[in-house]
Design a protein around this ligand. Structure first.
Ligand SMILES: *[C@@H]1O[C@H](CO)[C@@H](O)[C@H](O)[C@H]1NC(C)=O
Ligand SMILES: *[C@@H]1O[C@H](CO)[C@@H](O)[C@H](O)[C@H]1NC(C)=O
Length: 378
């Protein structure tokens, strides 16, 4: 058994994560997650007659099938008297739902977007991600000295201007001894063989096409100063990429939320999270797998036997898949209260990949919040 920096092959990359965190942690203002015509927001489980939003829908006849489904999907419990409770969205004066990011474990910062990590209407329960399931996934484009271009590492969009990736994907000789240079970041990718990408779904038959991908040039690369490519443990394997132009945000290109610092490793253990990427040999489309976060102590013990010292600023995660999907530098995603948070960046893993019993090692993003803050520029 050996270890390597997960590098990804020619086309590819990225990450996935799909957490099937089943749900509805009680919130101060809300106690459930309400599905509205415009997506998910915090809600309260109350009798339907007390819910202005759904009464508004029900009083317009005939009630459409999609509204019926909405109502059914929001049923939260049945009272003893037979009345139905629904998860009623908590809306502000403009009728806009509020997902309080602090309570969600997300970080707020003036240079980070207010809207992030939104869960799309449907998440795939397949190993192939839907066309806009992870709109923050990025692919890093390199140029070789011969001017040949290739994609190898993954990354993740955190604002219209910044992408996070692993340091080993961004710092000179750590990328390749053959003089590869980071040139651009590709956003809005799904199927690496087609452009634009179209997803065909059945029942009902529907074709959904995304706009062409965006290749955005890189303005600056900030590698963590304490990253050392020669260290076995690969601590501080994190880098920020500032884009030369802002990314065009749309349904297929959106930032993920950063976690707040309180999101501690032991809150992640036993959660199911997701990783995704274009590493699979079987497909040119974005594939995903669930990842189980392992106990850091067990992981430290296990890796110490290979003389690799895992730190608290890292996470150990085992993908539940018999195929390798995630590219290094790509995100470990946590679904918490219907918002995707960035849990980690894929740093390295066992060879061959996957190797049963040997988790992959991720940089724990919550440990680098101050570092990220101090490097953000308007
Ligand atoms: C996805 O979920 C649906 C409904 O729960 C189920 O019928 C289907 O078999 C699942 N597909 C996969 C690939 O697990
Ligand atoms: C790098 O390591 C030095 C020495 O341990 C420490 O003082 C410094 O704060 C570290 N830098 C960052 C950005 O963490």
């Amino acid at each position: 058994m050996g270890f390597y920096l997960v590098r990804g092959t020619l086309l590819a990359v990225v990450v996935v994560c799909s957490v099937t965190l089943s749900v509805a942690a009680a919130q101060r203002q809300g106690d459930c997650s309400s599905l509205t015509r415009n997506g998910r927001v915090l809600g309260q489980c109350i009798p339907v007659r007390d819910c202005e939003y759904f009464m508004g829908i029900l009083t317009v006849t005939p009630v459409s099938q999609s509204d019926r489904n909405l109502l059914r999907d929001n049923q939260c419990n049945r009272q003893q008297n037979g009345n139905v409770n629904v998860c009623c969205p908590i809306l502000d004066m403009d009728g806009v739902g509020q997902a309080n990011r602090d309570s969600l474990g997300a970080l707020t910062h003036p240079l980070l977007p207010h809207e992030c990590g939104g869960v799309k209407w449907q998440r795939s329960n397949d190993t192939e991600a839907k066309i806009n399931e992870y709109p923050w996934l990025a692919l890093i484009e390199y140029t070789k000295p011969s001017q040949e271009k290739l994609h190898a590492c993954g990354g993740v969009l955190i604002s219209e201007r910044y992408v996070l990736t692993a340091a080993h994907c961004a710092s000179g000789s750590a990328i390749s001894s053959e003089g590869w240079r980071v040139r651009a970041v590709r956003l809005g990718e799904w199927d690496t063989l087609t452009n634009p990408d179209c997803q065909v779904s059945h029942a009902p038959e529907k074709t959904e096409c995304a706009p062409p991908y965006q290749d955005v040039l890189v303005e600056e690369i900030i590698v963590h100063q304490n990253y050392s490519m020669d260290a076995g443990s690969q601590t501080n394997d994190i880098a920020m990429i500032r884009l030369k132009d802002v990314a065009q945000i749309n349904n297929y290109v959106q930032p993920i939320c950063l976690p707040n610092k309180q999101l501690r490793a032991d809150e992640l253990e036993d959660l199911v999270t997701e990783v995704g990427g274009w590493q699979a040999k079987s497909s040119s489309r974005l594939k995903k797998s669930e990842v189980i976060i392992e106990s850091i102590e067990n992981c430290q013990r296990q890796y110490a036997a290979q003389n690799i010292h895992i730190m608290a600023s890292q996470l150990c995660g085992s993908a539940k898949s018999n195929e390798c999907h995630g590219n290094s530098g790509g995100p470990l995603m946590l679904l918490k209260n219907n918002v995707y948070l960035l849990g980690g960046l894929l740093s390295f893993g066992p060879v061959p990949c996957p190797s049963t019993g040997w988790p992959d090692i991720y940089t724990r993003v919550a440990s680098y919040i101050d570092w990220i803050h101090s490097n953000l520029k308007a």
